[in-house]
Structures are given as C-alpha cells and as structure tokens.
Unconditional design. Structure first.
Length: 256
C-alpha cells in the first residue's frame, strides 16, 4: 500500500494559501475532500491518505460526493473560493500557473475569456499550437458565447484529473483543487479526459445523487477545452491535436 498525503511545497505562498482556501471551501460540501492541517509560507500540510486500488463501490461513492460538492453552490461563475464565507482575494492557480477568477453571471463568457482563450493564446505564442488550431478554438469559443446556457454556478474542483482523486481504505479523497464557481460538467469532463478508474461508476453515483439526466455528458468536449489548452501551454505540442479535436467536437455539439 502506498502512502500519499504530505507537506508539499507550492510555487509560492499565495499558491499554497489559495489551495488551502479551495480545499476548505470544497470540504464544506463533502468530508471526502482532504483536510487542511496547516499552511506555512509556501507549504501546505493535509491529512494522510493511505492509498488502495480503486473499486467500483468507491468510484460510485466518489460520484455521489462530487455531486454534493457541486450542490454546495457558488456565488457566481468565476468566483474564487470563500471558505467560511471569507472570499480568497489572492491569485488563483491551476497547478503552478495563475488563472483569472472574476465573478460573472455568464458561464460561457467566463469559460471562454478566463479559462480557454488565455491558455490557448499563450500556447500559440510559445509555438506549441499553430494558428489553425487557435483559430478553431476561437470559433468554438464564439459558438459557446452564442449559445444559451441554463445552468447555476456550482462549487467545482477545477482540476479534477485522475491523480487528484485518490482512494483510501475508507473511500475516495479529493485533493489539489483549482476551486472556483463553474459548470458542474467541467469536473466530470476532466475525469473522462485523463482516464479515471471506473469512470462509469463515478458517473452513476453522480447521477444518483444529483438527478441529472443520464445523457448529460454530450457536452464533454466543451469542458475539455480548458484542460487541453493548459496542457498545450505547459506540456507542449503533443496536446495540439487533442485540443483541435475538442474544438471541432464542440462546434459539432453546438451545431456550428
């Protein structure tokens, strides 16, 4: 059995405190979010998770707990975490990269202007994606803004790839968020993108708890634009084709 859960060093003191604020905010929705013990400078210490292999039952529980976190709600799309009602006012991060959190009531405007396009443009400036891919992402974002989105702000993890969903002996544990107010499908789409174990069971648990329609995942490519744009910037040109695929699929989903 591997032991995971430790004092880690963030890119800065602000990043450590932002992560701590996000964990505490998400934990108000579910005690399956790892507990923050201390922050000191650029370090953050969380509860220990003794990892075991995922099981279908634990994955289903993860889906139910994720739905409870989302249902805890958020003040607006793009709002930063506000544990105990105290809003985090410092920088926000995904991994070690700052990203904007400016509240708005328009999800598509938030998602395109604060999440997808800043990273896609930065990836293009770095030479990691071509102008053709950036233009396609621009088209997809324009289609997103033209569409009417009937969704309430959810309290989302924001960086929920498989490595940030651990499984301990007593069930799932969520770690390392980029928490903010967003669209609930964003977390599920990232789990799908990077291959979470027993993804079907996670979705079943989510549907059981939230009551969302079983075909909700038709919009998955839309919510993969942001993580793919981030990875195109931070991990290089290998993510360009996947970003192109997600942008094209987004246009097809929206009839663009």
């Amino acid at each position: 059995m591997d032991s995971v859960g430790f004092t880690k060093t963030a890119v800065s003191g602000a990043a450590a405190r932002a992560e701590a604020a996000g964990l505490r905010w998400l934990r108000e929705g579910s005690d399956r979010v790892v507990d923050v013990l201390t922050t000191d400078g650029a370090t953050i210490t969380t509860g220990l998770v003794d990892c075991v292999p995922a099981s279908p039952e634990a994955a289903r529980q993860a889906g139910r707990e994720l739905a409870r976190i989302h249902a805890a709600g958020a003040e607006a799309f793009g709002c930063p975490p506000a544990p105990g009602g105290e809003t985090w006012t410092g920088e926000n991060y995904i991994g070690s990269i700052p990203q904007t959190c400016e509240p708005t009531d328009d999800w598509a405007l938030f998602y395109t202007e604060q999440r997808v396009l800043p990273f896609a443009r930065a990836a293009h400036r770095r030479g990691n994606i071509g102008k053709d891919i950036l233009d396609l992402v621009d088209r997809a974002c324009a289609a997103l803004r033209a569409h009417r989105w009937d969704v309430e702000p959810a309290r989302i993890h924001g960086d929920l790839w498989a490595g940030n969903l651990l499984f301990g002996g007593d069930g799932p544990v969520f770690i390392d968020p980029a928490a903010h107010g967003g669209h609930p499908e964003t977390d599920l789409a990232m789990l799908a993108l990077f291959g979470a174990p027993y993804l079907g069971e996670i979705r079943r648990g989510y549907i059981e708890e939230s009551g969302v329609a079983p075909d909700f995942d038709v919009s998955t490519p839309i919510h993969q634009l942001h993580p793919l744009a981030v990875h195109a910037l931070t991990h290089g040109p290998a993510y360009g084709p996947e970003l192109r695929r997600a942008a094209g699929d987004t246009l097809r989903v929206l009839g663009g």
